[in-house]
Design a protein around this ligand. Structure first.
Ligand SMILES: Cc1cc2nc3c(=O)[nH]c(=O)nc-3n(C[C@H](O)[C@H](O)[C@H](O)COP(=O)(O)OP(=O)(O)OC[C@H]3O[C@@H](n4cnc5c(N)ncnc54)[C@H](O)[C@@H]3O)c2cc1C
Length: 287
């Protein structure tokens, strides 16, 4: 497996800016996220406070970012990272589409749109999962609930149905749902997860569902779930001014590090994080 100098997780302004600087500094890197970049860019009505762009709509801003990436020959690796393991001198990343390795990391994954459900945290790995692709085979012949916050995750429910005997699908978005026949689509909001040693019940706004596994597919995975041992501060990743975290070689930038939630702050931090990662890699090379 190729081991990159740097992997940037997230394709909002923070991750894009970090990638541009990594490219200028000639590092081998991957930019992992979505080809549509970030919903928070795409959906903005009018952006008036980003220097050089004038008042623009979100879609125009998205196009400007995509054009810039194309001009610099930076490709996006489309994947969602579900776990990052610090391994000492490198990091191992588990994505929905594969595994990756890198000497340093920049986490630019934005802020999770929703808080954890009551009962969710203690059940992670015990009936609660964030990746159907990774864990679906464990639910062969069983009942699973899939809570999805984006239509992009419908294929995860379809994949789940190849193993589970019964799949309840709880879309938390407005668009029409297109999942395989046999999957029961329920328009209710998740409220709580219950169970003993293992999660066994999803409580919703309308009812309670007895299940063997609950898959929660948010656009952003909580940083503390994504990276074991990552220090947090009031719900954000704790960083120093150089965007370093408590884990050597691991940097964070953008909304995930705290307020104000602004494009230019995210892009600025992305630049700082990339320069700090370059400094870290240079030291690693000399060690
Ligand atoms: C409707 C709206 C309007 C706004 N208007 C303005 C404005 O006018 N001016 C302003 O300055 N700010 C505005 N903001 C705030 C701005 O959108 C955010 O501050 C900015 O997008 C943060 O950038 P980011 O790169 O940190 O994160 P995001 O833009 O949230 O990008 C994070 C990216 O990471 C990806 N990602 C998350 N988890 C993973 C994972 N596990 N694996 C791979 N990829 C992952 C996401 O899919 C996303 O692409 C607005 C926000 C909204 C919602």
């Amino acid at each position: 497996m190729e081991r990159y100098d740097l992997i940037i997780v997230g394709t909002g302004p923070a991750g894009i800016s970090a990638a541009i600087t990594a490219k200028i500094r000639k590092k081998s890197f991957l930019l992992i996220g979505s080809a549509r970049l970030s919903e928070k860019v795409q959906k903005a009505h009018t952006v008036s406070n980003y220097p050089g762009l004038g008042p623009v709509g979100g879609e125009q801003m998205q196009k400007a970012f995509l054009d810039h990436l194309a001009q610099m020959e930076i490709e996006i690796t489309e994947d969602k990272i579900t776990l990052i393991y610090p391994m000492g001198e490198y990091f191992s990343l588990q994505g929905m589409n594969g595994m990756y390795e890198s000497r340093s990391i920049i986490l630019a994954a934005g802020m999770a749109p929703s808080r954890m459900l009551p009962g969710e945290e203690p059940m992670v790995g015990r009936g609660v999962s964030y990746c159907a692709t990774c864990d679906a085979p464990l639910y062969k012949g069983k009942t699973a609930a899939v809570v999805a916050y984006s239509a992009e995750d419908e294929h995860e429910a379809d994949f789940m149905a190849e193993y589970a005997s019964k799949v309840f699908y709880f879309p938390q978005y407005k668009e029409e749902v297109h999942v395989k026949d046999g999957i029961e689509v329920i328009r209710e909001a998740p409220k709580e997860i219950k169970g003993g040693f293992k999660a066994d019940t999803l409580v919703t706004s309308g009812s309670e569902y007895k299940v063997d596994g609950i898959f929660i597919l948010r656009e952003s995975v909580m940083p503390s779930q994504l990276v074991p041992g990552l220090e947090m501060e009031e719900g954000h990743v704790a960083v120093k001014r150089d965007m370093s975290t408590n884990i050597p070689g691991f940097f964070a930038c953008g909304d995930i590090t705290g307020k104000p939630y602004q494009y230019i702050k995210a892009a600025g931090e992305g630049n700082v994080a990339a320069l700090s990662a370059v400094g870290y890699l240079d030291k690693l090379g000399k060690a």
